[in-house]
Design a protein around this ligand. Sequence first.
Ligand code: SF4
Length: 272
Amino acid sequence: MSIADLKLHANVSELLLYLKCPRQVYYTYREQTLMPNISSGYIEHMMLKELAMGYADVVKKAKPTKESILEELSAEFKRVKDELDFIYSTELKNVQFNVIETAQKNVFDLLDDIATNISDAIIKSNKDEVIQSIVHHRTEPVLHSERLKLTGIPSAIVQYNEKMVPLTIRTGKCPEKGVWGNDRLHIAALSMLVEENVGETVEFGFVEYAKEGKIRKVKVRPEDRRQVLKIRDRVDKIKDGYLPERKEGKICEHCNFTQFCTTKSTLASKFF
Ligand code: SF4
């Protein structure tokens, strides 16, 4: 089945978009592009994502000391700097070098903290445990389930204690404990897809908070699964033509749909 065919079903990124604003699902599905602002912050996000893909290698190569981890992390950072414009050639096409330079400096400034947190994780559990929770068995596989009517691409599938489980890399702030609500839902949706693809129950997944080098294990609860199915149905309805209520909030200030996102919703959509 081609990616174009899979587009007919809801995908996990649409579920996440729905959590931000249901109307953004409506407009993006109708070929309106939600243009990312290629700021230094956005490039920082790309760099952190690429850097985090290499954390397992960093842990494998380094001695279990912060200094050794920092040394390997710096080598990984250099690789990301050198390869970024090959990986994101379209996005970085017209970006001024000083914008890229600012992002590079910001990510470089995070390396010390990341090394500290990875080293703490090794001390708390052990090197093999850390590697196992983040080493990629498959990177960014396209997962689809006809039964679930859902498609999604996890950052990776990892093999943890003989179980295949999803891993997602997030580049925002890491919460004090556990994971953010949206990340929990993301892992639930991806776990359901992995389950359908490997034919085994998936009870947990991992969120890797790249900016701080922290790894959080997330248990998938029945209510998370219920929520995934509920939002999937709402996304399907929106794709069928249902215009949801306009969300009024700070998010609208930075949304490029603002200019035409004025149509009043129907009374029914208030209860949607
Ligand atoms: S302008 Fe606001 S309500 Fe409309 S799509 Fe954007 S974020 Fe959603």
